[in-house]
Write a protein that binds this ligand. Structure first.
Ligand code: SF4
Ligand code: SF4
Length: 464
């Protein structure tokens, strides 16, 4: 199949040389004593528990099963005892061992399984949770016409990812074989950075998938932008509806599916980036599903009472801030970022050239001398100031929507005027806020305008 190079990308931002960026190593986090599975993450309309309080479980045993006739199951991530079941979660006290029960039917390669056998294993071993559990039966897989595998890494802390830290291309190509077995109708596309081209330029991979080399600018890896640049289609319509013919997966998802099929290793863990200035050893980790942030904090975060940490699921610009240390790792997680809460205000930190500040003009010593790392924290650098019409937000916006004008109209309460600048195209990448020297909360205004637009469309539909 083809290798397509599409490096041109309007807008976006190239991050480099940040303190706490992930190193290209994969380690295993020791198994946690307490595992928490929130039922909100089970993503099934109807399910039953396969265990009760006090039961002994092994890693890979089914603990929750679908109740709608499919074989979808959530498996225990650890060996231990079910210590608590409430209306919203199940807690397992682990015995600390790292062994697991291999899945029975793993001996054959995926290409030698028939489609329904492959689908059953996919569901019973927990792999369907990697795709948000959207397929109740094998025929549902036929809705998917494109599978886009995301191997692009451009966010501030995630620049050094290399596919070979996770494993060799034979394991990855077995994952692609599985996808071929499950989704025979779908075209597979792998989106990559040029720096990793060698790994993917391999007949074992290219016989299954088209390779797209994308730009090194953030947020090229955003699902909506990936979809546009690889298959030329919108993932989410202007009204907010998902296109079900497109499935976006992470590189590690395909790898873990392969481990299930060829090694019988059920979906008991996630391969996650854990990085940022608050992490003692930033890099990639295998973490058991259900491990709490409290446990990650104990094992990996630096503790300094004077500098509280902000822990984010996802990248620092668009991830979700974790409010409770009892929050746990779920199958769809792929990054944890930990940055400093910086309360002391520093005037014009972003625009001013300096050793450790990032700057839109890139006139920062850290850009030229790698001995200095740029800081990543939550400082507003002097607080919100009036717009200086520098146009930076327009220049970085990857969807070309004039965030500054949308902000201006929303501030003046001229909501309908803001629709002229297409707020519905915003992918919420956070770059406009990041580069704004006045630290105006532009993104929130654009999000509000997008929501208002969609509300008005729904109201129009109802009145028709
Ligand atoms: S307006 Fe939206 S898409 Fe554009 S830079 Fe801001 S957050 Fe990103
Ligand atoms: S980046 Fe900030 S200061 Fe510059 S034009 Fe946009 S809103 Fe105004």
């Amino acid at each position: 199949m083809d290798i397509v190079t599409k490096k041109k990308f309007k807008g976006g931002y190239k991050f480099n040389n940040f303190e706490g960026a992930a190193k290209p190593v994969l380690r295993e986090l020791p198994v946690s004593e307490k595992i928490v599975i929130p039922f909100s993450e089970i993503l099934l309309d109807s399910f039953v528990l396969a265990v009760g309080e006090g039961d002994t479980v092994h890693a890979g045993d089914k603990i929750v099963k679908s109740n709608n006739g499919s074989k979808v199951s959530f498996v225990s991530p650890v060996n231990g005892t079910v210590s608590e079941i409430t209306s919203d979660r199940i807690v397992i006290a682990s015995d600390g061992s790292s062994t697991f029960e291999p899945f029975n039917d793993h001996i054959r390669k995926p290409q030698h399984l028939d489609r329904s056998e492959a689908f059953d294993i996919f569901c019973e071993t927990g792999c369907s949770f990697l795709c948000g559990n959207q397929f109740a039966s094998v025929s549902d897989c036929d809705k998917v016409k494109y599978i886009i595998i995301n191997a692009v890494h451009n966010s501030p802390l995630n620049q050094s990812w290399m596919p070979d830290i996770i494993g060799d291309s034979t394991i990855f190509s077995d994952g692609l074989n599985t996808l071929d077995a499950l989704f025979p109708e779908a075209e597979k596309i792998i989106a990559i950075n040029n720096r990793n081209r060698k790994y993917f330029d391999d007949p074992k991979i290219t016989e299954h998938a088209r390779i797209h080399i994308l730009s090194d600018k953030y947020p090229q890896e955003h699902p909506e932008l990936l979809s546009k640049s690889t298959v030329g289609k919108r993932l989410i319509s202007t009204d907010g509806d998902f296109d079900e013919s497109i499935l976006i997966m992470q590189f590690s998802d395909v790898f873990q599916i392969s481990e299930v099929m060829t090694q019988g290793r059920p979906l008991i863990d996630r391969i996650l980036m854990i990085a940022g200035p608050g992490v003692s050893d930033p890099g990639w980790y295998r973490v058991r599903i259900g491990t709490t942030i409290e446990e990650i904090k104990k094992q990996l975060l630096t503790s300094d009472e004077n500098t509280p940490l902000r822990i984010i699921k996802g990248n620092p610009l668009l991830g979700e801030v974790i409010q409770s240390l009892d929050t746990s790792i779920v199958p769809t997680d792929s990054e944890i970022s930990v940055i400093r809460e910086q309360a002391i205000r520093e005037l014009f930190g972003f625009v001013r050239p300096g050793f450790a500040a990032d700057s839109y003009s890139n006139f920062t010593v850290a850009n030229f001398i790698p001995l200095f790392f740029k800081k990543l924290e939550t400082n507003l650098h002097g607080g919100v100031r009036p717009c200086v019409q520098c146009n930076y937000c327009d220049e970085v916006c990857p969807v070309d929507i004039y965030p500054f004008l949308i902000w201006k109209y929303m501030k003046a309460n001229e909501i309908e005027q803001s629709f002229r600048f297409r707020p519905y195209n915003c992918v919420e990448c956070g770059l406009c806020d990041y580069v704004c020297p006045s630290k105006i909360d532009i993104l929130q205004s654009v999000k509000n305008a997008k929501e208002e637009y969609r509300k008005s469309r729904r109201a129009d539909e109802l009145s028709d």
